[in-house]
Design a protein around this ligand. Structure first.
Ligand code: ADP
Ligand code: MN
Ligand code: MN
Ligand code: MN
Length: 344
């Protein structure tokens, strides 16, 4: 038998966006455990804004597993928070009620800032570094400093070893700002992996004395970019049938549901979606071919391929909950009749 270190990870009840929490229990198995072998567990919900002190037990239900590359015999256990009966989802458990569809593919581009001493990593103590320009996809000490790349490389390695579908990295437009991309088939799978990648990044940077700033506009109304989490998506219908009529009906539905999307695309997004810095104004829906100033960017390949392929919703922000974002996209998609449905 081997003693496995099981890190149960969940989202707390903080608003507007939850924080990641985790605690370890040791269990013996004679092989790497599977999901159905992991027990329910509990925690003190009164310390995470998920319960009152007089009735504080919440239940953790394992829903996804990843080998933990940073620990010998470690397992990262993504959990949903349940009521004490173990079967009713807690009100803060968004994952339990989202729309899912294995044929829907999501690619999330998670942007974030490294922060140290209350400012982006690489910013001088007073004032600002040289203006934006050379930092995006940049190389060299004056552009990326001496530690950021070490962290992102280590994070990439951790994600790949954990089996997370990490697809790439780049230095971003602002100094101290970076991005990684996670791709998954199905909203739960893709969103679980985004949350787990965030967890690994937060845990990794502890030893560097560096924080991750997920806020979408940490430098406020300045000439420094904010952070997004562009959601690239495609459904089986979009990939295989598509067509101009369907695409235009889909865009009309996105326009109609503008406020429902903005409501789950992350807090303070009006500070980021200003119409400047490669964004569209938050209160007006638009789409455009290869247009990084539109709400939805339509890749050239989509048009060339007879309106088939994937689309990029550029509005979700770095602090958004990928469960809610993916679910809202699927909800709007579900309102648009496909040819097969229309003919039936
Ligand atoms: P950019 O920075 O130019 O917007 P990225 O390369 O950072 O683009 O991100 C593109 C994302 O699109 C990747 O996460 C990728 O997984 C995703 N993607 C590619 N094809 C599809 C598809 N068919 N469905 C959903 N997402 C896709
Ligand atoms: Mn990108
Ligand atoms: Mn980017
Ligand atoms: Mn993008």
């Amino acid at each position: 038998m081997t003693k496995y270190k099981l890190e149960y990870i969940w989202l707390d009840g903080y608003k507007p966006t939850p924080n990641l929490r985790g605690k370890t229990q040791i269990k013996e198995f004679d092989h790497f455990p599977s999901l159905d072998e992991l027990p329910l567990w509990g925690f003190d919900g009164s310390s995470t804004q998920q319960a009152e002190g007089h009735s504080s037990d919440c239940v953790l239900k394992p829903v996804a597993l990843y080998p933990d590359p940073a620990r010998k015999n470690g397992v990262l256990v993504m959990c949903e928070v349940m009521m004490p009966d173990g079967v009713t989802p807690h009100s803060t458990n968004a994952r339990a009620t989202i729309l899912d569809d294995e044929g829907a593919w999501f690619g999330f581009e998670q942007e974030y800032f490294f922060y140290k001493d209350g400012r982006p990593l690489g910013f001088p103590e007073h004032g600002y570094p040289a203006p934006q320009g050379p930092y995006y996809t940049g190389v060299g000490f004056k552009n990326v400093g001496d530690v950021a790349r070490e962290i992102v490389e280590e994070h990439l390695e951790l994600c790949l070893e954990a089996g997370i579908n990490h697809e790439g990295i780049n230095a971003e437009v602002a100094k101290g700002q970076w991005e990684f991309q996670i791709f998954g088939k199905g909203s739960k799978k893709a969103a679980d992996e985004v949350w787990m990648a965030r967890y690994l990044l937060l845990r990794l940077t502890e030893k560097y004395g560096v924080d991750i700033e997920f806020h979408c506009k940490p430098l406020g109304d300045t000439d420094w970019n904010g952070s997004g989490m562009h959601a690239n998506f495609s459904t089986e219908y979009l990939r295989t049938v598509g067509g101009k009529d369907y695409f235009e009906a889909l865009m009309a539905a996105f326009d109609k549901n503008l406020m429902d999307h903005i409501a789950v695309y992350g807090p303070d997004n009006d500070k980021r979606l200003t119409g400047k810095h490669e964004t569209a104004p938050w209160n007006k829906f638009s789409y455009g071919i290869a247009d990084r100033g539109a709400s939805i960017r339509v890749p050239h390949s989509f048009i060339k391929n007879d309106y088939k392929g994937y689309l990029e919703d550029r509005r979700p922000n770095s602090q958004g909950d990928p469960y809610a974002i993916a679910s809202q996209i699927l909800k709007t998609v579900s309102e648009v009749p496909t040819k097969a449905v229309a003919a039936a």
